[in-house]
Design a protein around this ligand. Structure first.
Ligand code: FAD
Ligand code: NAI
Length: 471
């Protein structure tokens, strides 16, 4: 280490951004510490986000398949009985295994874990609890937390008005759950409790769910969720929630204005987005300001305006996704070490882990047309229904489609969107293709194994050329 500092690098926050940055920095020979205030490493993602939500989604999927007749159709007669305690236990187990794994990786790579919340004293000094730590370079990776809804008080311990953390831990299945916000969290956790027996109503402010995704995908996704039993109230805002005992009463109003109505529920999930964690970090002490959305701005190399201070993950602009944070973690460490760390922010896949999964990478159809100056003829779109895919059909999974969007002149792929049971896994090929500058013809002429869901990707690419085989 530089003799003036305790460490070469100090990372603040041990989520997917921070822990990856710390490990990479150590791998590159830098003396590294990571401050984390939680009891366990792994941040939102491993403790209360990606991992526990997927544990509940996976388990509830099996329960649903047994309950709704999907297994019966395959010749498996079962009468499922929910053991919610065991379902929660296996969720906690998954979290424990993975967070413990990061602790192991820190030891293995000689990253020192400074336990506590860090506050800046100056650009090279932070306080973590009673300890003062200095470093030549400091990476802010403090992540994000739930956006509160004015007039709605979240109390996870009472299990009535909860955020995503509370919704992962409900001790019993609610009779009726109202989900505020038809985004990723609302649909994933709404699906979990719907499958386990709750009546679920999703209230969305906009006139369609899943903002930011391709228009066709948003519509199709809502149709599928509706068929599964989730009720939607679109173009509606929640103006208040009052709680009496174990019952919540919501006040709803049309987003465009109009008469209010009320609705009762025994559980309300607030999932209207997340906001960067910067309070208490002492950004004032180093003269660093956040933008209007509370994010820390950086340049392409993840440098903030303050020399020696870098920032990555959910607390900087861009999609709030674990894999985006991880890639930025690798890149920032490489940049600090004097290498060239780059993240291509145009090719970041996003996945909703419902059944079927919903995934996309690159531009939506709407964005592609806008990019071409509003000229629809400059964009070619190929679509292939899962109904035409032999594997999906055989597995009784007919819902969804794959959509490939290409620039008409060059045939370069601009975006790929999919609703399919394994869409999250399928989208990796599209991301790889786009990273290599693939044309739709490149994908169409790549041999895909049969019978796989991925053949639908090939056929959607063939559809861009106007010639799929199986429709
Ligand atoms: P975080 O994971 O939020 O980690 C930041 C860490 O910094 C925290 O542990 C915090 O305690 C710590 N910290 C904050 N301030 C300080 C301080 N001053 N000093 C010390 N430590 C501090 N993303 C996906 O890609 N896929 C998914 O399936 C997915 N599912 C999700 C499900 C849910 C329910 C939620 C809530 C989120 C989900 N996400 C998912 C989003 C994902 O969790 C985040 O994008 C990701 O965790 C961001 O990583 P990060 O390192 O930037 O921040
Ligand atoms: P979100 O931004 O995905 O969705 C919020 C939704 O709430 C939007 O549709 C918005 O229009 C709506 N909304 C906002 N205010 C409202 C109001 N007052 N009344 C009704 N609706 C309102 O946010 P969400 O679902 O909370 O998730 C936060 C973030 O966590 C996501 O943006 C995502 O980055 C991350 N995440 C990712 C997952 C994944 O990758 N599978 C899973 C879960 C979370």
């Amino acid at each position: 280490a530089d003799h003036n500092y305790d460490y070469d690098v100090l990372v603040i926050g041990a989520g997917p951004g921070g822990y990856v940055a710390a490990i990479r920095a150590a791998q590159l020979g830098l003396k590294t510490a990571c401050a984390e205030g939680r009891e366990t490493l792994g941040g939102t993602c491993l403790n209360v986000g990606c991992i526990p939500s997927k544990a509940m989604l996976h388990a509830s999927e099996y329960f649903d398949a047994a309950k709704n007749g999907a297994m019966k159709e395959l010749g498996i007669d079962v009468e499922p009985k929910l053991n919610l305690d065991q379902m929660h236990a296996q969720r906690r187990d998954a979290v424990k295994g993975l967070t413990g794994g990061i602790e192991f990786l820190f030891k293995k790579n000689k990253v020192d874990w400074k336990k506590g919340y860090a506050t800046f004293q100056d650009a090279h000094t932070v306080k973590v609890g009673d300890e003062t730590v200095t470093a030549k370079d400091i990476v802010i990776a403090t992540g994000s937390s739930v956006t509160p809804l004015p007039g709605v008080e979240i109390d996870n311990d009472k299990h009535v008005v909860v955020d995503s953390t509370g919704a992962l831990e409900l001790p019993k299945v609610p009779k009726k759950m109202v989900v505020i916000g038809g985004g990723v969290i609302g649909l994933e956790l709404g699906s979990v409790w719907r499958r386990l027996g709750a009546e679920v109503v999703c209230v969305e402010f906009l006139d369609e769910i899943l903002p930011g995704m391709d228009g066709d995908i948003r519509k199709e996704a809502r149709k599928i969720f509706k068929k599964q039993g989730i009720e939607f109230k679109l173009g509606t805002k929640v103006t208040g929630v009052s709680v009496k005992g174990k019952t919540a009463t919501l006040t709803l109003e049309p987003a465009a204005g109009g008469d209010a109505e009320t609705m009762e529920a025994d559980c309300v999930l607030v999932s209207i987005g997340r906001k960067p964690n910067t309070d208490g970090l002492g950004l004032d002490a180093i003269g660093l300001e956040t933008n209007k959305r509370g994010q820390i701005e950086t340049d392409h190399d993840f440098r903030t305006k303050v020399d020696g201070v870098w920032a990555i993950g959910d607390c900087v602009p861009g999609p709030m996704l674990a894999h985006k944070a991880e890639d930025e973690g690798i890149a920032v460490a490489e940049n600090i070490a004097g290498q060239t760390g780059i993240v291509n922010h145009d090719v970041i896949p996003s996945v909703v882990y419902t059944w079927p999964e919903i995934a996309g990478v690159g531009l939506t159809t709407e964005q592609a047309i806008e990019k071409m100056g509003g000229d629809k003829s400059k964009v070619k779109v190929g679509k292939f229904p899962m109904l035409g895919n032999s594997r999906a059909k055989t597995n009784h999974e007919p819902d969804g489609f794959v959509k490939v969007i290409a620039e008409a002149e060059s045939d370069r792929v601009l975006g790929v969107w999919a609703i399919a049971v394994p869409a999250g896994t399928m989208i990796a090929e599209a991301a790889l293709g786009m990273e290599f500058g693939a044309t739709s013809e490149d994908i169409a002429y790549t041999c895909h194994a049969h019978p796989t869901h991925s053949e639908a990707m090939k056929e959607a690419a063939m559809a861009v050329q106007g010639k799929p085989i199986h429709v």
